[in-house]
Design a protein around this ligand. Sequence first.
Ligand SMILES: Cc1cc2nc3c(=O)[nH]c(=O)nc-3n(C[C@H](O)[C@H](O)[C@H](O)COP(=O)(O)O)c2cc1C
Length: 369
Amino acid sequence: MSGIPAGVVTLQDYEAHAAQALDDGAWAYFSGGAGDEITLKDNRRAWDTLRLQARVLRPLAQGHTRSTLLGHTLAHPILLAPVAYQRMAHPDGELATAYAAAAQSAGLVLSTQASVSMEQVARAIVSDPGRGPLWFQLYLQPDRGVTQQLVRRAEAAGYEALVLTVDAPTSGARDRERRTGFKLPVGVRAVNLDGLPAQPPHQLEDGDSALFQGLLAQAPTWSDIEWLQGITRLPILLKGITHPDDAREALRCGVSAVMVSNHGGRTLDTLPATAHLLPAVADAVGSSLPLIVDGGIRRGTDVLKALALGARAVMIGRPYVHALATAGALGVAHVIRLLRDEFEIAMALTGCATLDQIGPHVLHLPAPR
Ligand SMILES: Cc1cc2nc3c(=O)[nH]c(=O)nc-3n(C[C@H](O)[C@H](O)[C@H](O)COP(=O)(O)O)c2cc1C
């Protein structure tokens, strides 16, 4: 399918179309979460539960959604989160997503596990004057030499920041995928890792855990942040911070921003919703460190609530992949536009002409009993 199906007027409307377009395994991969998917559901519910407060008769004629983040002007605070293997959703995969992001001036974070090469994606949009920020999401590889090669390639291709994902040293238990027997289809793979030396399997001894002494034997720690800072001049953002103390540690390490994220409910199930985690992180580091939040953001009112709770920007994951599967680049561009339009409406109706006028006062808090 190529056009936008009739009747699609919200992000969530794309979900049913994507379910039709994708096979069972791909659907389980893109839509599922870890365990009982409690965090996945909570992410959504938490934004829904917050209530907004309208304000009237405010001057709005000079309103706009611009801001600056890491020295880049954002036309609006909506970015596309890193999502792996997008060619499973559409033959053009990450390339279609990149064109759509650039056309809608949205920031783009490309996954280490992208199914189109980071050079090809960057080449497609890097010289578009209207595009948003272009960032590379990095998973630290067990071998520092391999990580360094990825960093050098990202720098050379024109990526403007590294988003280091720190909340997934192992995948969560993703039961939906296991039930469908999900495997990557032939021809879809993490092409950025092609040709890089594979890590020899860890020698396990009797009684060793395949997880702790195997996969996690060389998992990154805080000291790797310092190492990474030492090999690149690109700003580093940490993605997957949920505890205020980890946010303070990130600040102490001198990273440029933090993403409050529970990986869209795909890692530790029963971790609270990001709408509930964000306020404590904002209290801990708020004005010293820009915060970006993701997880369950589907409505312009969610974007407003996220900014009211202390975020400078938001990211969306599944909604744009659902749109990609349904209508390719056009669908992704449509999703960004829909969310931005809804956000502008929410700003106007809460009396906010600019992002700096958004604060906790736009939230309606129940009166104490
Ligand atoms: C199918 C899928 C693949 C993902 N792949 C990555 C990835 O490669 N790297 C990463 O940091 N996060 C990854 N994420 C997490 C997203 O970046 C983001 O945190 C999450 O999707 C936000 O929640 P939402 O989907 O409810 O908007 C992935 C998420 C999904 C749904």
